[in-house]
Design a protein around this ligand. Structure first.
Ligand code: GDP
Ligand code: IMO
Ligand code: MG
Length: 424
């Protein structure tokens, strides 16, 4: 069997959680491959609302196995908080969730280092989620990290060594190294993690595939936040692109099947960094208001703008997207005119290719399309789409070169239209 991957094509918060939940009944296993509690994946069904941070979004369907892969960074405190809440609401998490031995642990001092790094950057700070993501991945790459598997072997000594190293760094950076209170909760979190099935997830997933089981990989963040290809340095610290699923789960590239690329009918970004199609006017405020564009984790206002096809073509190429999923179409229901940026003007030259830097001197060139002025939130099939909306879909498909196979018209699980083009 092949592994299908679902990932965000913009700057995160595209609606990955919702769609993973919708697609889960088609799979045996759902696995997260990167990121950590910087993610906030929202799911709504039967009047309930959940935000998942480290736990995959496949836990609410029919008892599928969910895996936290080796590419994920796990904070024991936040994991315990998230998991105990879910257990209280009746999810038998210890039965359905498995955690990779090779996933790295976020320590309390990583959060402090995140804060210290941001403070030192001053005006050019990234606006991270403050969850210690960058410092944890830094330790992984510099071969100083602590992994879930270490819990089983000489843990206290390894923890103290890492903590002392962080104290030295924090002193040099002028950061706060006092973590006494957090450390108590962290150790409780470690004890809690021990109650879960800690596995060699690369063997588990490959054996399941060999037995004919199907796997859906759930990305976090979005391709424009990828450490290599995103708007560096205003990015996260992991590979959010499809290749990250191979490295973050131990799945060979030849095993990748469908790649679901998910995007909003417009575009948002949270935190600092360039955003060529950002709107600073009433239209931007209107999109934010109607789309409830506030961070699921930090509550921060999301910056809003028109859809950016230059950036989307780039991320579709990077990921080898085979099917597109368009989210939040309903947010544009009341607009007279919809704009789509199909090219940039850079230093007087028109380009349709994504440039090395988008920090300065980019003027988006827009195509204007008529709005559909129809409430689509109760629609159940594509035959109900107004002509202008069908035209918007065709326009995007033509510009992006990949079919849009799922359209979302509201936050609820039910507000999802699977088009006939969908291959599964
Ligand atoms: P993720 O991080 O990619 O999972 O996305 P988030 O959960 O951070 O942000 C998506 C937000 O949009 C959540 O509040 C969802 O409930 C909401 N949402 C998802 N799909 C739709 C949709 O089609 N229409 C509307 N109006 N809201 C949606
Ligand atoms: P989901 O999975 C949107 C952004 C932060 C910041 C930058 C680096 O919900 O789509 P980090 O804490 O990762 O070092 O922050 O990345 N960011 C996200 N933005 N959605 C996310 O996740 C994000 N995770 C990180 O705002 O700009
Ligand atoms: Mg989110």
């Amino acid at each position: 069997m092949k592994v299908d991957v679902l990932l965000g094509l913009q700057w995160g918060d595209e609606g990955k959680g919702k769609v993973v939940d919708v697609l889960t009944p088609r799979y045996n296993i759902v696995a997260r491959f990167q990121g950590g509690p910087n993610a906030g994946h929202t799911l709504e069904f039967e009047g309930k609302h959940y935000v998942l941070r480290s736990i995959p979004s496949g836990i609410f369907q029919h008892g599928q196995t969910n895996v936290i892969g080796n590419g994920v960074v796990l904070d024991p405190i936040l994991f315990m908080e998230e998991a105990t809440e879910l257990e209280k609401s009746g999810i038998d998490l210890k039965r359905i969730l498995k955690i990779s031995r090779k996933a790295h642990l976020i320590m309390p001092t990583h959060r402090r280092l995140d804060a210290a790094n941001e403070r030192l950057k001053g005006d050019s700070k990234i606006g991270t989620t403050g969850k210690g993501i960058g410092p944890t991945y830094t330790d992984k790459v510099s071969r100083n990290g602590l992994r879930v598997g270490d819990i089983e072997c000489d843990f206290e000594r390894k923890y103290q060594l890492a903590k002392q190293r962080h104290a030295t760094l924090l002193k040099a950076l002028g950061g706060d190294a006092d973590v006494d209170e957090l450390e108590k909760q962290w150790m409780q979190g470690i004890e809690y993690i021990k109650q879960f099935d800690i596995i060699d997830s690369e063997f588990f997933i490959n054996k399941q595939l060999a037995e004919g089981k199907s796997v859906l990989c759930e990305g976090a963040q979005g391709s424009m936040l990828d450490i290599d290809f995103g708007s560096y340095p205003f990015v996260t610290s992991s590979n959010t692109v499809c290749a990250g699923a191979c490295a973050g789960l131990g799945v060979a590239p030849s095993k990748i099947g469908e790649v679901y690329g998910i995007f909003k009918a417009y575009c948002t970004r949270v935190g600092a960094g360039p955003f060529p199609t950002e709107l600073f006017d009433e239209t931007g405020a209107q999109i934010r208001r109607i789309g409830h564009e506030f961070g699921a984790v930090t509550g921060r206002e999301r910056r809003c703008g028109w859809i950016d096809l230059v950036a989307l073509r780039y991320t579709i190429m990077l990921n080898g997207v085979t099917q597109l999923i368009m989210m939040k179409s309903d947010v544009l229901d009341g607009f007279d005119t919809i704009k789509a940026c199909d090219a940039y003007e850079v230093n007087g030259q028109v380009t349709r290719d994504f440039p090395f830097s988008i920090e300065q001197g980019i003027t988006p060139i827009y195509t204007e399309l008529p709005g559909w002025k129809t409430d689509m939130t109760q629609f159940t099939c594509e035959e109900q789409f107004p002509k202008e909306f069908s035209d918007y879909i065709s326009f995007l498909e033509q510009k992006l070169g990949v079919p849009i196979t799922i359209v979302s018209v509201g936050p609820d699980r039910e507000q999802t239209i699977i088009r006939k083009k969908n291959k599964l």
